[in-house]
Design a protein around this ligand. Structure first.
Ligand code: SF4
Length: 494
């Protein structure tokens, strides 16, 4: 039984970060590596703040955890110091809590009843508790490989090794199917490997989970573009079902601002992928911010990843631009029943380290030198509004134009769906108007026996949604292959 007054006795506390100067001198994770005993004691206190609500909004529903994480249950187990059962209950709904504990923006915390008012001290630090359970699980050997004792004799190909593909693969392997994950890159992990910077999640965290999947029997093939290196005919003849988990990596470009064709203007992933490759030991990055005035356009997660990466590369200056106004510390938001959502604003640890942000501004022109390389931006204050047809419009609010230095411009303004790939043509798959792959209520595409999950279906989204869709598609594939399934299916296709 939880302590219903725990939140009155203890205030919410965040994990301690390393000093900014130290963080900028390496690529290691931002948070301080505290001794396990101290971490465990602090997290037990945080878990004590959970009231074990009659209706736990954190746990599921439109605003809570897509995985249906058993949050009040494991909060209470941690409060009592029963880490082993907490690990068991956390892994019952989440294949990779060490990923979500580090990377998820925690919709569960936004949904927590205690976020209704700052007088309540803020939501339970669910994400912190989750990460601690996951880390304790690995430290204490509580996540051994799970061997399936049945064999269906059916073969499944998973295309893509990001979080959705890995979740689907692990579920299907454990259900007794023979699963092969194909990855076109040279290393596994998709966005987890080459999109997420090391300072948010060190790759050793990914590698130890991949080792677990291998020991369970999942096979991996890297450097293989399915549809090219393995033809569609070979794919169809060698596998009984196919899961497309190919992500939504087609970056949105700026097609209207004058000067876009200048040298030195790149999509965000053109910066992040080589930087992550450098961390993997692949040598200097082709696009490096060292000594440059860096301007990042776009105020979201990807922009913040570029921001922290450019700072660590030794940029002369880093400036992030957002068309939207600075979020107030508290505000009503139509998407949430709680007045203080989002509790944690669009501010990331990278923003505390160096650089500057400007809100309610837009680039009017990129200005180059005689060699055709960008050197300045012209900036104007704007507001974003909708026209009569509901279309988003950016309207200047000032006559004044600010000119700022810019040697490297990174466009982090979103993604437009899956990249073009011969595989989709070969399978006869049409894309939606959003550039994603549609499916029926059973996650099956127009192509029989071919299923889709993750960003490829949903559009660029959170790692927690990718895992939830990967788990759900595994249930659908299992049913397709065997006629029924005991695997969980936490979400339905949108
Ligand atoms: Fe605990 Fe908050 Fe979930 Fe209630 S909503 S059960 S207080 S974590």
């Amino acid at each position: 039984m939880a302590d219903p007054y725990g939140f009155l006795k203890h205030s919410r506390s965040e994990p301690k970060k390393r000093p900014a100067a130290e963080r900028l001198s390496d690529w290691n994770e931002v948070y301080l590596d505290v001794p396990a005993e101290r971490r465990d004691a602090e997290v037990r206190t945080q878990a004590t703040r959970c009231m074990d609500c009659g209706i736990p909004f954190c746990h599921s529903g439109s605003a809570g955890c897509p995985l249906g994480n058993l949050i009040p249950e494991w909060n209470d187990l941690v409060r009592r110091g029963d880490w082993e059962t907490a690990s068991d209950r956390l892994h019952a709904t989440n294949n990779f809590p060490e990923f979500t504990g580090r990377l998820c923006p925690a919709p569960c915390e936004a949904a927590c009843v205690l976020s209704i008012s700052h007088d309540a001290g803020g939501p339970v630090a669910i994400k912190r508790v989750e990460q601690a359970i996951a880390d304790v699980s690995w430290e204490q050997g509580l996540v051994p490989p799970v061997q399936s004792h049945v064999s269906s004799g059916r073969r499944v190909a998973v295309v893509g090794s990001g979080p959705a593909g890995l979740a689907a693969a692990q579920q299907l392997t454990r259900a007794g199917h023979e699963v092969t994950v194909f990855e076109r890159d040279d290393r596994l992990g998709g966005l987890l490997r080459y999109g997420i910077p090391e300072f948010k999640m060190e790759k050793k965290v990914l590698d130890r989970r991949l080792a677990q999947l291998r020991k369970e029997g999942t096979k991996f093939v890297t450097g293989c573009e399915v549809g090219v290196d393995l033809t569609v005919e070979e794919l169809r003849s060698q596998f009984d079902a196919v899961v497309l988990a190919v992500g939504a990596l087609r970056g949105r470009d700026d097609t209207t601002t004058p000067g876009r064709s200048l040298e030195g203007i790149h999509l965000a992933m053109e910066h992040l992928v080589p930087a992550n490759r450098t961390c993997e030991g692949d040598g200097p990055a082709a696009i490096d911010a060292a000594g440059k005035h860096v301007v990042i356009i776009g105020g979201g997660d990807t922009g913040a990843d570029c921001y922290g990466t450019a700072s660590r590369q030794g940029a002369a200056s880093v400036l992030q631009l957002d068309q939207y106004p600075m979020p107030p510390s508290t505000r009503d938001d139509a998407r949430s029943p709680w007045p203080t959502w989002p509790y944690i604003l669009r501010t990331y640890p990278a923003h505390e380290e160096a650089g500057e942000r400007k809100f309610a501004v837009a680039v009017e022109e990129f200005v180059g030198d005689e060699d055709g390389h960008v050197r300045h931006i012209q900036l104007r204050k704007v507001r974003v509004e909708k026209d009569a047809s509901g279309r988003r419009q950016v309207v200047p609010t000032s006559e004044e134009v600010e000119v700022l230095p810019a040697d490297l411009v990174l466009l982090a303004i979103g993604f437009e769906g899956v990249e073009h790939m011969p595989l989709l043509d070969g399978l006869g798959i049409q894309l939606t108007s959003r550039g994603t792959i549609s499916c029926g209520s059973d996650w099956q595409t127009q192509s029989p026996g071919v299923f889709v999950c993750g960003d490829a279906h949903r559009g660029a989204s959170l790692v927690v949604w990718a895992i939830a869709e990967g788990r759900s598609v595994a249930n659908a594939v299992d049913r397709y292959l065997t006629g029924s399934s005991d695997l969980p299916s936490p979400v339905i296709p949108n």
